[in-house]
Design a protein around this ligand. Structure first.
Ligand SMILES: [Zn+2]
Length: 352
């Protein structure tokens, strides 16, 4: 079955960074939609074609291993893989003197097989395998996607932040062009390996309001492509540090706000923290423990360009120490008749 020319990700309608689970779900959904048994007439043939294409895409992308190869080499990953294997075998077998001739040479693969192999790859890769002996020579290789993590505080999420990323990668040696040889001797720059470690610095802007676990994609900043292949993408996995004061719930923030009993009873004007400067907050008279105060627009940025809210949850606390005079006031308070605060608790416990 010849491979479809459509990109498998497009066939499944998922982004290139979709999880295996997303791929499985997309496949199941589309398989139900395209299944030829569900269609009749002129539509049936069309759906059969789509169904076939979908199954091809799923066979490759549904397996992490083959998916990786597809990401790297595209539709011809199978040929590319045999090419890589043959190249490695050939590399072990070949002497330095005939390297420059590449796969079309008369000795490379040991006798008569060489020519066949050369033809094979000419057919597939348009004859580009004849030049040079670079490990990557002969076909277009897309650069690998690279993922790295960025740790952010909530305050950085609030404003958006720029991160400097350092990436170390193996790239073809510029001196020998990846062949490992200069004038038939091992390349002095790379010692004959054909590759070099290159460190790149990339500044990545992380937008305000980003969620924990988001992947920020930086197009074309991943591994370099070969022979005109496109570079891979860089993905920045955002990890947000837990904040000691604020808890994030979507675009809203939650924080505990301790108040004294008399502040809850009489109401009070108190200083409360936000992600930026503290603000004055009115605790209304008659507030209860667990009650919420809402500060509109003091939460996190939303995708729509607004801000979520900040909620304070009231905690009624006692002073660390009290004076004799205060104790007397409590004593006086205790003399007033009040309903038993545990009445509900006892009733409920006895019922069950
Ligand atoms: Zn070199």
């Amino acid at each position: 079955m010849p491979p479809t020319e459509r990109d498998y990700y497009a066939v499944l309608g998922v982004p290139r960074n979709a999880s295996q689970d997303d791929i499985k779900k997309a496949y199941r959904r589309l398989a139900r939609q395209y299944h030829p048994d569900l269609h009749t007439g002129s539509k049936k043939a069309d759906m059969e074609k789509k169904f076939k294409e979908l199954n091809q895409a799923n066979e490759v992308l549904g397996e992490p291993d083959t998916r990786k190869k597809y990401d790297r080499y595209g539709h011809r990953w199978q040929e590319a893989e045999s090419y890589e294997r043959a190249r490695q075998e050939a590399g072990a077998d070949r002497g330095g003197s005939d390297r420059g001739q590449g796969f079309g040479g008369s000795q490379g693969f040991g006798g008569s097989q060489t020519q066949d192999f050369g033809d094979f790859f000419e057919g597939i890769f348009g004859g580009r395998s004849r030049r040079g002996g670079s490990p990557f020579e002969g076909f277009v290789v897309q650069g690998e996607d690279v993922e790295t993590t960025a740790q952010l505080t909530l305050r950085e999420v609030l404003s958006g932040v720029s991160r400097r990323i350092q990436l170390s990668q193996r790239v073809p040696c510029p001196t020998c062009g990846g062949t490992g040889l200069v004038k038939k001797s091992p390349c002095p720059t790379c010692g004959g390996s054909g590759t070099q470690t290159e460190t790149r610095t990339i500044d990545v802007k992380i937008p305000a309001g980003v969620q924990d676990g988001t992947r920020v994609r930086v197009p074309a900043k991943g591994g370099p492509g070969q022979n005109g292949g496109k570079p891979g993408d860089l993905y920045l996995l955002v990890s947000i540090e837990p904040d000691p004061v604020f808890q994030r719930q979507g675009a809203d923030l939650l924080a505990n706000l301790p108040v004294y009993p008399w502040e809850a009873v009489m109401g009070a004007d108190v200083l409360a923290p936000t992600l930026t400067d503290p603000v004055r907050v009115k605790v209304p008279p008659g507030s209860r423990a667990g009650g919420k105060l809402r500060l509109k627009g003091k939460g996190m940025p939303t995708a729509a360009g607004g801000r979520g809210d900040l909620f304070f949850i009231l905690h009624i606390v006692l002073p660390p120490t009290i004076s004799e005079e205060e104790r007397k006031l409590y004593d006086e308070l205790a003399r007033f008749p009040h309903p038993d605060p545990r009445a509900d608790l006892l009733r409920t416990a006895n019922r069950v």
